[in-house]
Design a protein around this ligand. Structure first.
Ligand SMILES: [Zn+2]
Length: 358
């Protein structure tokens, strides 16, 4: 059956515009003006994005299954104490889904690429908020319950989500309306390192903030009230995986050692996806176990769960993130378009043309 389908051609790095280049990835690029059908077909052919897509598309269903299980089987919606878990599981579905969609459709045009990754960054920011909400109710060490830091933890995490979505979107093209290039094809700075620094900061900072109570609990706390229970082993695992994930993202390892050798299988972005998902899996197991083990203690001694401190902040940040993405996307959507005929002609010629309207 598959042999009857004509898969789109793939290109080398020199045949696609610079904005599509990935460091040390030499081949396997899709056409920079792929149709939506070609993008979907590319899921079933080997390109340098195929495993990026599948490594987040399949886990989306795993986390969705977990979410549905809690909602339907355990009737989580009626039990306010499980609302933070529902928010967290929702964020665990959204970030791999947004990522797999971004990787699938990012080669439709330069504009589509930027907008796709704006959604990817927004979803990652929501995941950091989902982690903060679930941590606030299940993993805070006994010592810190009801402290001033605990009371401000979710509001600060909400502010982080907004700031970090803005920062990550800013890292692509600068500020909308003020700094975007007229031809919208270049990344923000001439130096990609500058752009990458902002993006790493946008993801690392909320992660480090969210984990302050957990790092304190498992690495620093001594004496009474440290919540030193069996779940700590699971927490060690997801913390270790998070650091490996960050290392892979930042260092572009292993492809930087042998450019071109890992174009299709084994490059850092695929490993980054896999480590992030395994880390999220262990994080989910850890928070579920803390929920079960500490529930009776937390119900009596901690801040009670309400709509206003769990589902409400998540919904508000979904709306605010969508507004931010819209603001960053509007100038791209309203930028002058190439004449359709010229674009079609260029497309037929070949992908090497650096048309400003890609
Ligand atoms: Zn990705």
């Amino acid at each position: 059956m598959l042999s009857l389908i004509k898969f789109p051609r793939v290109f080398s790095i020199n045949q696609v515009p610079k904005v599509f280049h990935e460091d040390s990835i030499i081949s396997g690029y899709r056409h920079p003006r792929s149709s939506a059908t070609d993008c979907i077909l590319s899921l079933f052919q080997m390109t340098n994005e195929t495993l990026n897509i599948w490594t987040h598309f399949l886990p989306t269903w795993y986390f969705l299954w977990k979410l549905v299980t809690v909602v339907l089987m355990q009737q989580g919606w009626q039990d306010t104490f499980t609302w933070p878990l529902l928010v967290f599981l929702f964020s665990c579905c959204i970030y791999p889904l947004a990522s797999s969609c971004a990787h699938t459709f990012s080669t439709m045009s330069v504009r589509a690429r930027h907008i796709c990754f704006f959604f990817d960054y927004g979803a990652l920011s929501l995941y950091s908020l989902g982690s903060a909400i679930v941590y606030s109710f299940y993993i805070f060490p006994d010592k810190w319950l009801n402290s001033t830091f605990h009371q401000w933890y979710i509001p600060i995490a909400m502010a982080n989500t907004i700031v970090c979505t803005i920062l990550a979107c800013y890292s692509r093209l600068g500020l909308p309306f003020l700094q975007y290039n007229h031809d919208v094809v270049k990344r923000l700075p001439e130096s990609p390192k500058f752009s990458k620094f902002f993006r790493i900061l946008a993801f690392a900072y909320p992660y480090l903030f969210d984990n302050i109570p957990l790092f304190y609990r498992v690495f620093l706390c001594t004496g009474e009230g440290c919540t030193d229970n069996d779940t700590n082993m699971l927490h060690y695992k997801h913390i270790a995986l998070a650091f490996i994930t960050g290392f892979l993202f930042a260092m572009r390892f292993p492809e930087r050692l042998a450019p071109g050798s890992f174009d299709y299988i084994g490059h850092s972005h695929q490993l980054f996806h896999v480590c992030a998902i395994i880390g999220t899996h262990f994080q989910m197991l850890a928070v579920e176990q803390d929920l079960v083990m500490r529930r009776s203690w937390l119900t009596v001694n901690s801040i009670p769960v309400s709509f206003a401190n769990s589902v409400g902040p998540a919904l508000l940040c979904v709306v605010l993130n969508l507004i931010i993405i819209l603001l960053f996307s509007l100038p791209l959507l309203s930028a002058p378009a190439c004449q359709e005929s010229k674009r079609e002609k260029d497309k037929k010629k070949q992908a090497t043309k650096h048309c400003s309207c890609y």
